[in-house]
Design a protein around this ligand. Sequence first.
Ligand code: G4P
Length: 282
Amino acid sequence: MHFQWYPGHMTKARRMMQENIKLIDIVVELVDARVPFSSKNPDIDELAKNKYRLIVLNKADMADAKTTAAWQNYFEAKGFFVAKVNSQKGAGMKEVKSLIEKACQEKKARDKKRGILNRPLRAMVVGIPNVGKSTFTNSFAGKACAKTGNKPGVTKGKQWIKINKNVELLDTPGILWPKFENQAVGLRLALIGSIKEEILNTTEMAMEFIGFLKKSYPGVLVERYSVDESKENLEILEEIARIRGCLMKGNQTDIDKAGRLLLEDFRSLRLGKLSLEVPDAQ
Ligand code: G4P
């Protein structure tokens, strides 16, 4: 889903988050494994303070496995529980369930001390648009989609999905806003196709991407398009246009079309599994 954020939308999203967060024990925060920094909501630490936290590196099937492992270490070192997941295939869901229970162990023990037994842990999925919240929820809940219904004392209309005897999930994920102020973040979100409002046009995006590939994944452009990577970004894009027959009238190269082709190749994994950001650079 593409979403244009206006101040009104943000106020509403923040209000809903503040309302829902009171009902839950743990925030399950989805980020895109290719851009874990850029796809993180900027205010989540403040919104979710005093809650247990699990970061789900979703779309791990599209990211560079080594870099995803580095991100896992990075977030774990900051005290988060972390899972790597492919929601489309349902990979990693068992791990998410067990991490939720592990993260909330202390609360379980506290409940037990007070004589409260069998109170399920309540979780909520949050994340910026397009990060995979609906796909994750469907996959995570699986056949356990039976709702537990409204309970006394719970805001009317809230529905809980019973995951197992220990865990319940709020059925509507919290949609949060992305970081706006940072150009590099905007570029990366546009590259993964998460925001429609491209901050740059296709040609500019493609040239930035070529620059990134030359530096971070040398050889990828050579392998896919047989281009000379020592050339300037624009020259490489022109070469891709020529090689791939992206031509306009009069046999002029259509670099806009070549740019779209390059970005589409990236998003469809034809360039391989690539991550756009590494932890230590953030
Ligand atoms: P949202 O609720 O956070 O807005 O995201 P949503 O679940 O709609 O997912 C956004 C897109 O990301 C969908 O693709 C979805 O299939 C894809 N997706 C979600 N999780 C994963 C994952 O772990 N791996 C991969 N490879 N893709 C994932 P789409 O092209 O928008 O729709 P569709 O092609 O699935 O119909």
